[in-house]
Design a binder for this molecule. Structure first.
Ligand code: MF3
Ligand code: CO
Length: 253
C-alpha cells in the first residue's frame, strides 16, 4: 500500500530532508584529493547528530543481512552504491557518490549526489551530467495522475539516448516513517504502467547510471555494489513530495 502523507507528516519529512541536503553540501565541501571517506563519514555524522537527528543507514539491515555500519554510503568509480566509508583516500580523477539518510521526529529523508574529485575525464564528467539530468527528467514526470512507469521510462530513455545504462537490480522507493516504503520506483520501464501518482505521496527517486553494462555484482563485504565490467557508475537521488499536483524537491541543496 502506498501511504498518503498529511501536511503535518510532509513537514516532518521536509525537516529531515533539509538536514540531508545540508549534510551533502557539507560533505561536498570536504570531498577533495587525499581525504578519506571515513573522515567524510565522521563530518556527516557529527552534523546530523548536532541537529538532533539520527543517521538512518547506520544499523540498517536488509532482510537479515549484515547491519550497515556507517552514516554515509561512499561509492568510488566502479562502485555503484552502498560503498562503506574506509581509510581509502580520494584521488584526483575519482568520482565519488555520497548517499545519506536522516531520521527525525520519526520520519526519514534520503538523497545522494556524485562528486568529481579534482580533474576527471570527459567520460566521467559526462556520466555525472547524464545521471543528474536523468534524475530531473524523472522528477518532471512525478505529477498527479501520471504513473510510476512514466518516471521510470523518462529516466531510462534519457540515459540510453546519452549512451549510458541504468542499473536494473536496485530502485527508488517511497519514504516516510520507514526509509523504504512502497512503491518501488525502477529506473527503467514502460510509460503508463504501475501505480498512479497522487498528492501526498513522498518518493525517493534515485537513478544509478553506468558507463558500460547495467549489470552489477555485490562485493565480499556484503554491501558494496560494483559494476560487472568495472566501468564507472554515478548516483543522484532526491526525496520529493507530490503537492498541488506536482513534485516538490525536499532535499534541494
Ligand atoms: N539511498 C539508499 C537506498 O535507498 C541507501 C540505503 S543504504 C542502507 O537504498 F544502508 F541503508 F541500506
Ligand atoms: Co534511497
Amino acid at each position: 500500500m502506498i501511504l498518503i502523507k498529511s501536511k503535518k507528516e510532509i513537514e516532518y519529512i521536509r525537516e529531515s530532508c533539509k538536514i540531508v541536503a545540508e549534510t551533502l553540501q557539507l560533505v561536498k565541501s570536504y570531498a577533495k584529493e587525499n581525504v578519506t571517506t571515513l573522515e567524510l563519514d565522521k563530518i556527516a555524522e557529527d552534523y546530523i547528530l548536532s541537529n538532533l537527528a539520527i543517521p538512518a543507514f547506520k544499523g540498517y539491515s536488509q532482510g537479515g543481512s549484515v547491519v550497515y555500519p556507517a552514516t554515509l554510503c561512499t561509492s568510488i568509480n566502479e562502485e555503484v552504491v552502498h560503498g562503506i566509508p574506509s581509510n581509502k583516500v580520494l584521488k584526483d580523477g575519482d568520482i565519488l557518490s555520497v548517499d545519506v539518510g536522516v531520521k527525525k521526529n520519526g520520519y526519514f529523508g534520503d538523497a545522494a549526489i556524485s562528486i568529481a574529485i579534482g580533474n576527471v575525464s570527459n567520460e566521467k564528467r559526462n556520466l555525472l551530467e547524464v545521471t543528474e539530468k536523468s534524475l530531473y527528467v524523472g522528477i518532471e514526470e512525478a505529477k498527479v495522475n501520471n504513473r510510476i512507469g512514466d518516471i521510470s521510462n523518462a529516466i531510462q530513455s534519457y540515459v540510453e539516448k546519452n549512451g549510458c545504462s541504468v542499473v536494473r537490480a536496485l530502485c527508488g522507493h517511497g519514504v516516510g516513517k520507514k526509509l523504504h516504503e512502497e512503491p518501488q520506483i525502477p529506473n527503467y520501464g514502460e510509460k503508463s504502467q504501475g501505480p498512479i501518482l497522487k498528492n501526498g505521496m513522498t518518493l525517493a527517486i534515485e537513478p544509478m547510471v553506468n558507463m558500460g553494462t547495467y549489470k552489477i555484482n555485490v562485493a565480499n563485504d556484503g554491501w558494496t555494489v560494483i559494476t560487472e565490467d568495472n566501468l564507472p557508475s554515478a548516483h543522484f537521488e532526491h526525496t520529493i513530495a507530490i503537492i498541488n499536483g506536482r513534485a516538490e524537491i525536499l532535499t534541494k541543496i
